[in-house]
Design a protein around this ligand. Structure first.
Ligand code: AMP
Length: 269
């Protein structure tokens, strides 16, 4: 299973991605975690990304695309993966599609965790408080200034992906406001039901339902069908009758000619 999790910072993507990875036995790929590891290790990518990340801006597309291109080739991705924080731009989404197509693969679903933006700041403040209480290092971008910029980046560069995947028919949206466990269950439910139709086209079920809403039309259609069937049956019966009449006439004709031949023979003999 290959999944993408979409949602603004603080929507709970990381937490939900972990639960999905455990449930489906797939790898969790977080570009944020990979970039933070690169920053901590002081690699060239890390040095390039450090300040951009601290400001809450997006790291250039080619950098993250290259990271994902390498990562999805790893053996732990064979069974599938869940992408958390990638793609974040339409260019990244297109690159992902190409990378998967090269391997004869495609995404199974994109899950959008929708949250009320008003509570995002509070959620992140809570997260900071919890991390500090556990004695953990707080992320460099978990501060009001960077968070504001991360939200700006999300709205401008990432939110268009909702429309992008909606048109492709792979988007499923869940409400990210209830408690964590409820959101997890909602995600499992949307992933385990049939895929929705592409935006703009009505699903078969909806079309069927719409026709159920018009009983008059259905009754007229059924009556027309029954009439047509009766007409066909009458035509077949008439054709069968014609054939048997002809056969009987032919048999009578044969008998007559046999009798007259006998008479002639008797007269002569
Ligand atoms: P995250 O942990 O997903 O919130 O990501 C933290 C930061 O890493 C983001 O604010 C970006 O600066 C950077 N980042 C992570 N993923 C991407 C991506 N797909 N494209 C660009 N920048 C990213």
């Amino acid at each position: 299973m290959r999944l993408v999790l979409l949602g603004p910072p603080g929507a709970g993507k990381g937490t939900q991605a972990e639960k999905l990875a455990a449930r489906y036995g797939i790898a969790r790929l977080s570009t944020g975690d990979m970039l933070r590891a690169a920053v901590a290790a002081g690699t060239p990518i890390g040095q390039k990304a450090k300040d951009i990340m601290a400001r809450g801006e997006l790291v250039p597309d080619p950098v993250v695309i290259a990271i994902i291109a390498d990562r999805i080739k790893e053996p732990d991705c064979v069974k599938g993966f869940i992408l958390d924080g990638f793609p974040r731009t339409v260019a990244q989404a297109e690159a992902l599609e190409r990378l998967l197509a090269q391997r004869g693969l495609k995404l199974d679903a994109v899950v959008e965790i929708r949250v009320d933006e008003g509570i995002l700041i509070r959620r992140i403040e809570t997260r900071i408080g919890q991390m500090q209480a556990r004695g953990e290092t707080v992320r460099a971008d978990d501060n009001p200034e960077s968070l504001k910029q991360r939200l700006v980046a999300y709205r401008a560069q990432t939110a268009p992906l909702i429309d992008y995947y909606g048109k492709k028919g792979s988007l499923r949206t869940v409400d990210g406001m209830p408690p964590i466990e409820e959101v997890t269950q909602a995600i499992f439910r949307v992933l385990e039901k049939p895929a929705p139709a592409k935006a703009g086209s009505r699903p078969v079920q909806a079309r069927k339902k719409a026709s159920l809403k018009k009983p008059g039309q259905r009754a007229r259609k059924a009556a027309r069908k029954a009439k047509k069937k009766a007409r066909t049956l009458r035509t077949v019966a008439r054709a069968r009758k014609r054939v048997s009449v002809r056969r009987r006439a032919a048999r009578r004709g044969k008998a007559k000619s046999r009798q007259s031949a006998l008479k002639t023979a008797r007269r002569r003999g």
